[in-house]
Write a protein that binds this ligand. Sequence first.
Ligand SMILES: O=C(O)CCC(=O)C(=O)O
Length: 260
Amino acid sequence: MENYTSFIIANDALGDPARLKSMIDENGYLFLRGVAPKEKLLTLRRDILDLCANAGWLDQKADVMDGIWSGAGPYTEGDPEFMKVYRHVIHLPSFEAAPEDEGLMSVVGKVTGDPVLLHRRKIGRITFPQNIGQTIPAHQDFYYIRGAAETYTVWIPLGDCPMELGGLAILKGSNKEGFIDHRKFSGRNVPFGLEDDQLPHQEWHASGFEFGDALMFHSHTVHKALPNLTANQLRLSIDNRYQRGGTAIEPSSMGTHYDL
Ligand SMILES: O=C(O)CCC(=O)C(=O)O
C-alpha cells in the first residue's frame, strides 16, 4: 500500500460553517465522522446485497450483510452482467432516500449554502475484490459534471471501509489548481483520468472509514479510488453531488446514472 497522510477530521468545525468552508477551500475536502444516515444506509446495503445475492455474486454460506464474494465475475461498470444488476440498484427507494436525508443535507448546506440541490444522477459502486485493474484512477469530478465548479461530491461507504477494502484518496489542496484537462486512457472502465505528470504534487490523503463517515470534496479536487485488496469482500459505496440551487447545472446531472 502507498503512503498516505491520514484525512484531517473536520467534525470540530461542524458548528462553524465559515470554518468548514475555509477547510474545504484549503484542503479540497472535509472528512466527517458519523454524519451519514446509518439506518438508511443499512437498508440500502441490504437492498443492494440482496440484488447481488440474486445475481449469484455472494457466497451463499455467509450472511448476506457481510457481502462475501462468490467468485463470480469480477464484474465492473459497463459489463452487461454488472449493468443488469446496477439498473435495479438505481431504482431502489433506499438508493434515492439515503442522499436525500435531511441531516446529511443540512451538513452539506453549510458548505454549498441553501437551498441545497442534489443531482438526480446518483451513483452507487459495487467493487469486486482483487479487480485492481478496474480501480478508478485520479480525476476531477468536474470533468464529468461541468456546470458550477462549486459543486461537491459526498462519498459514503455502506459499511466500515478499512483502506484494504478500497476507499478514496484525495490529492490535498488540488482544488486550488482549477480544472486540469484529462487524458484518454485505454483499456479501463473509466477511460479518462489524470496521470502523475499532470498533478501538482503527490501529497495524497486517505484513511479507513468507519460506518457513518462521509467524505465531501470540491468538483476540482483530484481524487482516486483505492483498490479493493481483500480476498473476498465486495466494497459498496455511494457518491452523490450537491450544489446550491440556482447555480449552473448540466442536463446530464438531472438524469439517472447511465440513463438507466
Ligand atoms: O468509489 C469509487 O471507486 C470512485 C468514486 C469516485 O471517483 C467519485 O466519487 O467521484
